[in-house]
Design a protein around this ligand. Structure first.
Ligand code: NAI
Length: 339
């Protein structure tokens, strides 16, 4: 089959996706059928006639959608992201090849994490609006020196490591936790691996960089929050479901958590990436979070740099090319998901 005859149903397509994929596709020539909607049980029919689908973080690839995709004749699920917690891999096993973009720019996410931390610390989000209203008071804008504070990093993969390299520049004491610690990295960078509980007890800032799994689901909950230093800054640019939102709101109200930077939110698929400015938000937890002046919510934008978009498009199309040509799949999540 020629590339231009190879149809890819491209779900949740935004203008910036279309631009970056069209640019990269000049070198491949696939038939990319852009669909604005999320992939779910109602929209799965748009994949009819396609051998591959391309999906993003909030597309539903649960058991029922997979059944429908199989009936339609889809063989390849090409994720244009790193995380794959939205795919039921057990159900995909033996029926689909599932590929992803394991790394497109750890810098994009790590740099956004730092941007969020500095915004919350020095309160530039509040200062910006204040000055525009001719209010030059500093009342309430007091920050702290990063130098000498303790940073806890949970998850030291590509993004966690890049983030640590950046944060070393502040002269912070860095504690890390990972299920699979990289001691060579720790030694080379002068950081220490400790248990999660030690991070909770000692860190002034805790940043999450581990994937979402059964093990990490709601790892930040009432119990872990109660062990944290009063006034801790909690940062999540990883996946929303790592944090129990209701428990976080309680901890923000009580002051146990001093501030929170959230690029991801557990129920984000309802709202993120879309303009809802003319609508009523029905998610009371999201509205409560946004209402705190010590909480910064961004709409899953940590990945969103020019370089990352170009890399995502190039790797995704190369993943599809390998499948179309029957080559070994370099970025397969698991060979036919044997799980
Ligand atoms: P990675 O796979 O390179 O690193 C993940 C690290 O987490 C590994 O070192 C792994 O050993 C560790 N880990 C696994 N299970 C753990 C557990 N139970 N407790 C502690 N550590 C554990 O992944 P990468 O590229 O660094 O990405 C990290 C996460 O960032 C992704 O899973 C994804 O959810 C999120 N992400 C968010 C983006 C955004 O735009 N906000 C963009 C890209 C990724």
């Amino acid at each position: 089959m020629k590339n231009h005859e190879f149809n890819v149903a491209f779900f949740d397509a935004k203008s910036y996706d279309i631009q970056s994929f069209n640019e990269a596709n000049t070198g491949f020539g696939f038939q990319l059928n852009y669909i604005e909607n999320h992939l779910n049980l109602e929209t799965v029919r748009y994949a009819r006639g396609s051998r591959a689908i391309c999906a993003f973080v909030n597309d539903d690839l649960g058991a029922e959608v997979l059944d429908e995709l199989e009936k339609i004749g889809v063989k390849l699920i090409a994720l244009r992201c790193a995380g794959f917690n939205n795919v039921d891999l057990t159900m995909a096993g033996g029926r689909f090849n599932v590929v992803r973009v394991p790394a497109y720019s750890p810098y994009a996410v790590a740099e956004h994490t730092l941007a969020m931390i500095m915004t919350l610390n020095r309160k530039t989000h509040r200062a910006y609006f204040r000055v525009r209203d001719n209010n030059f008071s500093l009342q309430g804008l007091l920050g702290f020196d990063m130098h000498g504070k303790t940073l806890g990093v949970i998850g030291t993969g590509k993004i966690g490591k890049t983030f640590i390299s950046i944060m070393k520049g502040f002269g912070m004491n860095i504690l890390a936790y990972d299920k699979y610690p990289d001691q060579a990295f720790a030694e080379a960078n002068g950081i220490a691996y400790v248990e999660k509980e030690e991070i909770y007890r000692k860190a002034d800032i805790i940043s999450l960089h581990c994937p979402l799994s059964d093990e990490t689901f709601h790892m930040i909950n009432r119990q872990s929050l109660s062990q944290m230093k009063p006034g801790v800054m909690l940062v999540n640019t990883s996946r929303g479901k790592l944090i129990d939102t209701k428990n976080l709101i309680e901890a923000l109200k009580s002051g146990r958590v001093g501030s929170a930077a959230l690029d991801v939110y557990e129920e984000e698929s309802e709202y993120f990436f879309v303009d809802h400015s003319n609508m009523i938000i029905h998610d009371d937890d999201l509205v409560r979070l946004i209402s705190f002046n010590n909480v910064l919510v961004t709409s899953h934008q940590a990945f969103f740099t020019k370089e990352a978009l170009a890399n995502i498009a190039a790797t995704t199309l190369n993943n599809i090319k390998e499948f179309a040509e029957g080559l070994p799949l370099s970025n397969e999540i698991c060979p036919k998901c044997s799980g």
